[in-house]
Write a protein that binds this ligand. Structure first.
Ligand SMILES: Nc1ncnc2c1ncn2[C@@H]1O[C@H](COP(=O)(O)OP(=O)(O)OP(=O)(O)O)[C@@H](O)[C@H]1O
Ligand SMILES: [Mg+2]
Length: 234
């Protein structure tokens, strides 16, 4: 479904991505894990068209998306749920959700999709008239995910949803992310929380200093000495 080949990217003269390759098949929950500053967000930004890449190519649904605008990539069914939530803080919960339905094929179905999102996150229906800024951290992450899902994505990339959340909120969120995959949404989950992420993902890529240093099934990676020492403190 997504094929990322030989991506190189720079900020000025500093190279942050080196020959990155990554594939996602339809229906999979694939994780991209790595420490602070590894290049995870940069990689996602190059895929979703928010940042230029120096070389390499990205195909989504077998078509090159290298020269498309971010909005065109969303229209094709790629939803980028950004790091730090990036909510419209002075708009209500419902208005934030509606903003996610701007792609043409999603707008017509927005009432029906809103129902689905409220079923997935009942708290968002209870708080629908409140400003987004008044929600708790966990609720704000749910709203960011709900807004991303309002575009009716085929593939949903979620950048560090667990960041800054209490352990209970992380558990709840990860259950919902697994359930998305069970409902047929393909997911790219970007995280620093390696153990919990590998527990729900099918496969994962490990990014260090802009390079993929390991990839494999989650089971294999959970057993790997490098992962256990460097990311799980074992
Ligand atoms: N706008 C920018 N200008 C210059 N350097 C940047 C910029 N954004 C990121 N970087 C640098 O690029 C590298 C990769 O950053 P990136 O945000 O992609 O990492 P990350 O893996 O997402 O980290 P985190 O888990 O903390 O979000 C880091 O060294 C970072 O300091
Ligand atoms: Mg990041």
């Amino acid at each position: 479904m997504l094929k990322v080949e030989n991506i190189q990217a720079f900020y000025g003269k500093i190279q942050v991505l080196r020959d990155v390759n990554l594939d996602i098949n339809q229906g999979e929950l694939v994780a991209l894990v790595g420490a602070n500053g590894a290049g995870k967000t940069t990689l996602l930004n190059t895929i979703s068209g928010l940042m230029p890449k120096a070389s390499g190519s990205v195909k989504f649904l077998e078509k090159s998306i290298d020269n498309l605008l971010p909005s065109q990539i969303v229209e094709m069914g790629f939803s980028h749920i950004p790091e730090g939530r990036k909510l419209f803080s002075g708009m209500s919960v419902r208005e934030n959700l509606e903003m996610g339905a701007y792609p043409k094929r999603a707008w017509k179905k927005r009432e029906e999709t809103l129902r689905e999102i409220y079923n997935l996150f009942p708290i968002l229906e209870e708080r629908s008239a409140q400003f987004a800024s008044t929600l708790s951290g966990g609720q704000q992450q749910m709203l960011a995910m709900g807004r991303g899902l309002m575009s009716k994505p085929r593939l949903c990339a979620i950048d560090e949803p667990s960041n800054g959340l209490a352990p209970m909120a992380v558990l709840e969120l990860f259950k919902i992310i697994s359930s998305l995959r069970d409902q047929g949404v393909t997911v790219l989950l970007i995280e620093q929380n390696v153990k919990q992420t590998l527990e729900i993902a099918d496969r994962a890529y490990v990014l260090e200093n802009g390079r993929v240093v390991l990839e494999g099934s989650s089971g294999e990676l959970l057993e790997s000495d490098h992962i256990r020492k460097a990311y799980m403190g074992l």
